[in-house]
Design a protein around this ligand. Structure first.
Ligand SMILES: [Zn+2]
Length: 510
């Protein structure tokens, strides 16, 4: 009966491995709650105390993740004669735990701590520099951050291009070649399309949407929209914070937004975005919670789903055709005279924008491509940090057509280079590309999609997303998932076609 004995020992090891995984995820959940509470409800005097709690939990989480017992179990399972008898899903779980474990044990814990501490200093310098609009305040810290990023990459893979290592760190399977392959055609197509929109005679008086709208009315609209996109408020909540974000998972998902009295669309679209992130977490890997396959697929896919809700739904003429009447009712007729055409134009207003987070759907990707090209060249030494403002301004003019006025609205606008690893930015546009390819497949699968969306049936698109992406959790790496669902390799073609079709109609081009 040795076969059963072996099988039993294999089962035991596998279960112990999953138990260790679950422990580290629970610690991560606690960390997320501390983080949410710090931003949303904590009294400001509690900051120092909270910083200690957060550092303690972060260290505990890291320890749980690199628990040497995990390493032993992984080795025993992979070398076990019954390894082949594990199901595909179980093998995927083992693979995902191994991938995370290998990544984390390669980086010495004291380096992680040193890097973390330096991030705090760099962020502080970035804040000061941005406030004074003076890049030279941030420069020495940025130079050091570039060194830390290179070192980090070297620990992970000393033989590869450091930027490529970091790209793969955030999005499995991402390479410089892949980025170039999918970003370059997008860049080439976007620049002339933006110019065409800007020279179109179809113009909008934006002031109609900057009418004052009390916050309690805006909140009513936002909760209504959350219900429409099926964000479950019994398993989630909405609060206010200056930078909209989403945190939590499964049955406790928290989103935040910021309200502006004279810009109702800002909160509404950010609700759609964060609601998309939130729905992903509420529906992810339905039957495999607390297993690696029951987690989201990747950072890029998460962003892709959020931008799917925000753009493909929230900025679509179809959605507004069905929602405008209710929007007017809920806003107590403040916007009674706004026409459907004007509203669609307002949510799709194309302009030469300075700031990424405020950019329209078309220009947004150029902001990302600019950052991608700069961080790639910074890490491989093609450009030097001290020349960054000049290069940033020149490239902004070339790509986006905007004349940068100062460092604050230029090179200092994003926090990323002071606190996160470089290589994260491409995920935002990658998410748009994933989303557009999925959206095209949804339309192909659903011949009556337009009619259904125009009559307010959002279930048709949300159910499709749940079945094809959200519930699949982390069964596939992102590029494989898109291929599995759409039966094609990832390409920017779908995003380019979508832009062309949508903006030609709205701006009456040709
Ligand atoms: Zn997001």
């Amino acid at each position: 009966m040795s076969y059963y004995a072996l099988n039993y020992s294999m089962r035991k090891k596998y279960e112990e491995l999953l138990k260790l995984y679950k422990e580290s995820l629970i610690v991560e959940e606690i960390a997320m709650l501390l983080y949410w509470d710090k931003d949303v409800t904590m009294p400001s005097g509690g900051l120092k105390q909270r910083a200690e709690q957060m550092a303690f939990i972060a260290e505990l989480e890291h320890k749980k993740k690199i628990n040497p017992r995990k390493g032993e179990l992984l080795q025993q399972i992979l070398e076990h004669p019954d390894y082949e008898n594990l199901s595909d899903l179980e093998k995927r779980n083992v693979f995902l735990i191994q991938r995370e474990y290998n990544k984390l044990v390669k980086v010495p814990p004291d380096f992680v701590g040193e890097f973390q501490k330096y991030c705090v200093l760099a962020t502080e310098a970035w804040e000061k520099a941005k406030e004074k609009s003076d890049f030279t305040i941030f420069l020495p810290k940025l130079e050091k951050m570039i060194e830390y990023n290179k070192k980090y990459a070297q620990f992970l893979n000393p033989d590869a291009d450091p930027y490529e290592v970091l790209l793969d760190y955030f999005e499995s399977g991402m390479t410089i070649e892949k980025c170039d392959q999918i970003f370059n055609p997008l860049k080439k197509a976007s620049i002339p399309l933006i110019e065409k929109c800007l020279s179109s005679t179809t113009k909008l008086d934006m002031s109609i949407l900057n009418r004052s709208c009390p916050l309690d009315i805006q909140k009513k609209v936002n909760f209504d929209v959350l219900e429409l996109i099926e964000f479950d408020l019994e398993r989630g909540r909405l609060d206010e914070y200056v930078h909209p974000f989403t945190t939590g998972n499964y049955d406790d998902v928290r989103i935040t937004t910021q309200y502006f009295e004279k810009d109702i669309l800002s909160a509404l679209l950010s609700i759609m975005h964060e609601g998309g992130h939130g729905s992903y977490e509420q529906n992810v890997g339905k039957n495999s919670h607390y297993q690696p396959v029951g987690m989201y697929c990747s950072e890029g896919m998460h962003e892709g789903i959020a931008r799917f809700y925000e753009n493909f739904i929230g900025r679509s003429p179809e959605f507004w055709k069905s929602y405008l009447k209710r929007f007017k009712e809920l806003t107590e007729n403040i916007f009674a005279d706004v026409s459907l055409d004007n509203l669609v134009l307002a949510v799709n207003n194309v302009e030469h924008s300075a700031v990424r987070t405020e950019a329209d759907e078309l220009t947004y990707n150029l902001h990302i491509i600019l950052r991608y090209e700069l961080e790639r060249d910074l890490l491989n030494g093609k450009i030097e940090a001290k020349n960054l403002p000049q290069i940033w301004n020149r490239k902004t003019k070339e790509l986006i057509g905007y004349e940068v006025k100062n460092d604050a609205e230029g090179v200092l606008q994003d926090i990323h280079w002071s606190c996160e690893l470089m290589g994260y930015f491409p995920n935002y546009t990658l998410g748009n590309i994933f989303g557009a390819q999925l959206y095209a497949k949804f339309k192909k699968d659903t011949p009556n999609w337009q009619k259904e969306l125009e009559r307010g049936n959002l279930n048709i698109i949300i159910d499709w997303l749940k079945e094809n992406v959200l519930e699949k959790g982390n069964l596939f790496d992102p590029f494989e998932l898109v291929k599995e669902v759409t039966e094609e390799e990832v390409s920017s073609k779908y995003l380019i076609d979508y832009h062309k079709e949508k903006f030609s109609k709205i701006y009456d081009l040709n």
